[in-house]
Design a protein around this ligand. Structure first.
Ligand code: ADP
Ligand code: MG
Length: 185
């Protein structure tokens, strides 16, 4: 969606982001081990910014990287599936050391979408990395995937080898705007 760098990220504004860990992730060594990065937190706390920043670092160290939203990925997989080419597409994607999946949770998946997304995660497990961002804690991913069993099987694979960063606070987009307060008399 736009160029965002780790250097532009203001750590003073985001106490949930571990500067040392992010600097380490910026070396892209996690890609060699097929580890994942999960960025959780409310809207506007810098999840997409950090995901893009890490993607750019990975690309600069010679890795192949693709970025799309969770819905974008599902749409691609649905297209491949309807052409009878799902397995081919999943193995093509395995040639990318990093796929970024932005915005897991804003739009719930129907059952077919949840199954396709699960296959994407499984196909990369211990083979190639994912960066996932979500506004929802893992405990609510069952709602997104419409099925707590699929959600927990997926979370299990994603977090087995992963760094999970929980971003906090209010939206960076709204900084400087007047705080809305309610008063009761
Ligand atoms: P999210 O994906 O968590 O909803 P974004 O990463 O899109 O949030 O951040 C919203 C906007 O605020 C973007 O323009 C982003 O570059 C900026 N932003 C968020 N957090 C920071 C930060 N700590 N330092 C600098 N810019 C930030
Ligand atoms: Mg975002």
């Amino acid at each position: 969606p736009g160029i965002k760098t780790l250097e532009e990220f203001n750590f003073e504004h985001q106490p949930g982001a571990d500067r040392t860990l992010i600097a380490h992730l910026g070396t892209s060594s996690y890609l060699q081990e097929a580890k994942n990065v999960i960025l959780l937190g409310p809207p506007g706390t810098g999840k997409t910014h950090l995901a893009i920043g890490l993607g750019i670092k990975a690309a600069k160290t010679g890795h192949r990287v693709l970025f799309d939203t969770a819905n974008g990925w599902v749409t691609r997989l649905q297209e491949a599936h309807s052409r009878g080419k799902l397995a081919t597409e999943l193995s093509r994607l395995r040639r990318y050391s990093l796929l970024i999946v932005d915005e897991v949770g804003y739009v719930p998946f129907d059952q077919d979408a949840a199954n396709l997304f699960f296959q994407l995660v499984s196909s990369r497990y211990e083979y190639a990395s994912l960066i996932l961002t979500s506004n929802l804690p893992f405990g609510r991913w069952g709602d997104v995937f419409g099925d707590p069993t699929i959600a927990s099987a997926m979370i299990d694979r994603v977090v087995h080898h992963a760094d999970v960063l929980s971003l906090k606070g209010t939206s960076y987009r709204l900084r400087g705007h007047k705080t809305l307060t309610t008063t009761t008399n």
